[in-house]
Write a protein that binds this ligand. Structure first.
Ligand code: 5GP
Ligand code: MG
Length: 183
């Protein structure tokens, strides 16, 4: 039985997407990626920190073995996206050139972070770049963005759990919770 509400710091959150639903969707995404990338030897780029649990579960569900790299880009402070990109951890350029790249992201809000990441990979010589995001908020997109693989498209809510944090709390929750009162 899942607890329906939790407190993190000064905020209250209520259950939004349960673990089983997340697991089922991840298996569907993994099957799709396994079909689409068979024989292509793609590399995975995991966007830290929020993507670490999603990436771990998705990568374990694939039916092929591949290289996995991690990047860290900050663009978010507290509850509001700043839109400013800062690459704190990058992949060596020689790993990118000529490769089919699959970027694993936790959530896309304005799309500015993932657009910057995608653009940087292309500029550094990637053959192709596709994005897999567990969650997207299409009503918040501020740029022209194609996200080929989406776990769940949600409305404009602040969510935590399953890798996503509120000021670094809540990442290890198995389920995804939504904020009760964002004010
Ligand atoms: P974007 O650049 O698309 O506006 O922001 C993407 C980043 O903002 C995500 O990778 C994530 O770190 C953070 N973010 C956006 N929406 C949420 C949310 O609802 N909850 C949490 N915890 N982080 C979010
Ligand atoms: Mg992220």
């Amino acid at each position: 039985m899942v607890d329906k509400t939790i407190n993190l710091l000064d905020k209250k959150f209520t259950i939004f997407i349960e673990k089983k639903t997340i697991e089922n969707r991840i298996h569907e995404l993994a099957n799709q990626l396994s079909d689409d990338y068979k024989g292509k030897n793609p590399i995975f780029v995991v966007v830290l920190t929020g993507g670490f649990i999603f990436a771990s579960d998705l990568l374990k569900s694939l039916d092929f073995i591949s290289e996995v790299y991690f990047i860290k880009v900050s663009s978010y402070a507290g509850l509001a996206s700043t839109g400013k990109l800062n690459f704190e951890l990058e992949i060596p350029k020689d790993k990118i050139v000529g490769r089919d790249i699959i970027v694993l992201e936790d959530i896309i809000e304005t799309g500015l972070t993932i657009s910057g990441v995608s653009q940087s990979l292309k500029t550094n010589g990637a053959k192709s770049v596709e994005i897999v995001s567990l969650l997207t908020k299409p009503s918040c997109f501020k740029c022209d963005l194609t996200v080929k693989y989406v776990g769940f498209a949600i409305s404009d809510l602040f969510v935590v759990g399953y890798g996503l944090d509120y000021n670094q709390y809540g990442r290890q929750l198995n389920d995804i919770y939504q904020i009760v009162d964002a004010s």
